[in-house]
Write a protein that binds this ligand. Structure first.
Ligand code: BDE
Length: 156
């Protein structure tokens, strides 16, 4: 059986498994590992290094991870969580809306972003989440996110 046909909730996921779930690729795959996936929660990791492309310009001599890319990393972690659920295998997650985003602390090279996503509302094709990103146990970014879950043949 192909991995895309399995329900992987309850397991940790390595990068190879993440790449079977998400279509994102370099330089835009922003989840390195998933520590836990369950029915209503996913915890993802993004390791931030000085080699990131975006630090060349954001900012010269003062590397700070762009807030919108932290939101993107949290959305990708949420997408892994959504698409790991047995009802959603083989679907795509479209990022529909983001609300109440807050950038509380800067994220810099060497930081390990821990993205904790809790599903707050689940319908057949809509998912709402509360996302919190932490570094060393401190909240750096938080937001509420909504996704549409689409079967690829309905996505055209
Ligand atoms: C603080 C909270 C959430 N996100 C980012 C910050 C933050 O410290 N940003 N700092 C940006 C910044 C940019 C440039 Br150019 C610069 O020279 C310096 Br001194 C900065 O702190």
């Amino acid at each position: 059986m192909g991995n895309e046909e399995q329900d992987i909730t309850g397991k940790a996921l390595d990068i190879n498994t993440i790449m079977k779930i998400l279509p994102h690729r370099y330089p835009f795959l922003l989840v390195d590992r998933v520590l836990e996936v369950s029915e209503n929660r996913i915890v993802g990791i993004k390791n931030v290094t000085m080699n990131e492309l975006f630090f060349q310009g954001h900012f010269p001599g003062k590397p700070i991870m762009p807030g919108v890319l932290i939101l993107e990393a949290m959305a990708q972690a949420g997408g892994v969580g959504a698409l790991s659920h047995k009802d959603n295998v083989g679907k795509l997650a479209y990022f529909l809306s983001i609300n109440n985003a807050k950038f509380r602390k800067p994220v810099v090279p060497g930081d390990t972003l821990r993205m904790e996503i809790d599903i707050t509302k689940r319908k057949t094709s809509i998912l709402q989440c509360r996302a919190v990103a932490k570094v060393d146990g401190e909240v750096v970014t938080e937001a509420e996110m909504t996704f549409a879950l689409i079967k690829p043949n309905e996505a055209e």
